[in-house]
Design a protein around this ligand. Structure first.
Ligand SMILES: Cc1cc2nc3c(=O)[nH]c(=O)nc-3n(C[C@H](O)[C@H](O)[C@H](O)COP(=O)(O)O)c2cc1C
Length: 297
């Protein structure tokens, strides 16, 4: 393990470590406007959702590490406390990157990057017509985190209106995670794309109180076969099965086969049972898998 004191690094080195490690980050493609009516469009990945009631996002146009200058987005927001947060999908990513170019103040990145302005209903900055989701926001607070290069400026943006393209909705009118085709920013020039192949589900332990990994026997916790993810699924089960339930699993054809083939060989029996449990976990049979690993060998 390499241990680094952040104060020993230059701002550029520190930024590099943090942006590679704290990733992927969602992208806020922010439209702002100054008092004179000049429109600005820039992406920010120091961005997230922090509250749903009130619905509030924060993003951070930081001081440039290069020359400590501030960004037009921040300057505009200090003049007109409104913005539109446009969500970026894969088909927009190259143009979004182009819009991050340091064009002079007064240059409209909609034109430079080739995006279409769509008038907002509540706020002055326009929306990006191409974005699958566009959120009209009122800025409630700006928090400056310092004067040094790299210092962030937190823009607290309360979402007042959400516009969503119909084509990314499912039959119930909710956003379909497979259809929205999101991209996110990582370190350096890296991005990632959320594809149906990269998506997976983890059951929420919100309503259940899992037994916990610490309730599993030592041979399961220290298994050579089961991974941390496998233990996490087993530990999420609400109750340890009863002795009768565990005994019943002996009738399972694969369990029987393993037991018959490993008489007098406890070590291999345990390994093979763990392998079977792993297979069951992969197929979503979590309760069955727990019974298998709890069998006396
Ligand atoms: C995907 C992406 C994410 C970015 N995220 C941030 C960020 O979170 N904070 C920041 O200060 N700059 C970020 N940048 C750089 C700004 O977009 C860039 O400095 C831009 O020129 C600022 O424009 P402005 O001066 O017109 O506001 C990002 C660039 C890209 C391409």
């Amino acid at each position: 393990m390499v241990t680094i004191k952040t104060s020993d690094l230059s701002p550029a080195q520190l930024q590099n470590y943090l942006q590679y490690a704290i990733a992927p980050r969602p992208i806020c493609f922010a439209t702002t406007i100054d008092k004179a009516g000049n429109i600005n469009l820039s992406p920010f990945s120091f961005f997230n959702l922090f509250s749903t009631n009130p619905p509030l996002c924060i993003f951070s146009p930081a001081r440039r590490v290069r020359d400590n200058s501030t960004k037009h987005t921040l300057e505009n927001i200090l003049e007109v406390k409104e913005c539109v947060i446009n969500i970026v999908n894969y088909s927009m990513v190259q143009q979004t990157s182009l819009a991050s170019t340091d064009y002079a103040k007064g240059i409209n990145e909609f034109d430079k990057a080739g995006f279409t302005m769509l008038p907002s209903l509540l706020v002055q900055p326009p929306r990006v017509a191409e974005a699958p989701v566009q959120m009209e926001c009122v800025v409630t607070e700006v928090i400056h985190l310092g004067e040094r290069p790299g210092a962030g400026n937190l823009i607290l943006a309360e979402i007042k209106l959400i516009h969503i393209k119909e084509e990314i909705l499912d039959a119930e009118g909710r956003i379909d995670q497979e259809k929205i085709d999101l991209v996110a920013r990582l370190g350096g020039d890296w991005y990632c794309r959320v594809t149906p192949q990269s998506l997976f589900k983890v059951e929420k332990p919100l309503t259940t109180l899992g037994i916990g990994v610490d309730a599993l026997p030592g041979h399961v916790r220290n298994s050579w076969v089961l991974t941390g993810n496998d233990l996490g699924m087993l530990g999420n089960i609400e109750e340890i099965p009863t002795d009768e339930e565990i005994d019943e699993i002996r009738q399972h054809p694969q369990v029987k086969e393993i037991c018959d083939a490993t008489i007098g060989d406890a070590q291999n029996r345990q390994r093979e049972l763990h392998e079977l449990a792993k297979e069951m976990l992969g197929g979503g049979q979590v309760k069955e898998a727990l019974k298998v690993v709890l069998l006396e060998v």
